[in-house]
Design a protein around this ligand. Structure first.
Ligand code: FES
Length: 64
């Protein structure tokens, strides 16, 4: 049974925020966790998605 792609890519289960959504926000300048939290609500529930979001920021933000 294949999971729908959307569901598989959810980073924050509390808010249903997908990996794609978070990457899109990072690429649009939301390069810290507070900006992502205010845009999506991610991390404002159980906060167990914190680490995953920080990793995505590290991977996708162009910090020079
Ligand atoms: S998984 Fe993101 S706040 Fe719970």
């Amino acid at each position: 049974m294949a999971e729908p792609k959307e569901k598989k890519d959810i980073i924050c289960v509390c808010t249903g925020t997908t990996k794609q959504k978070i990457i899109q926000l990072i690429e649009n300048g939301a390069t810290d966790i507070d900006k992502i939290a205010s845009a999506t609500g991610a991390t404002t529930g159980c906060a167990s998605c914190d680490v995953s979001i920080i990793e995505l920021i590290d991977e996708h933000a162009n910090v020079n």
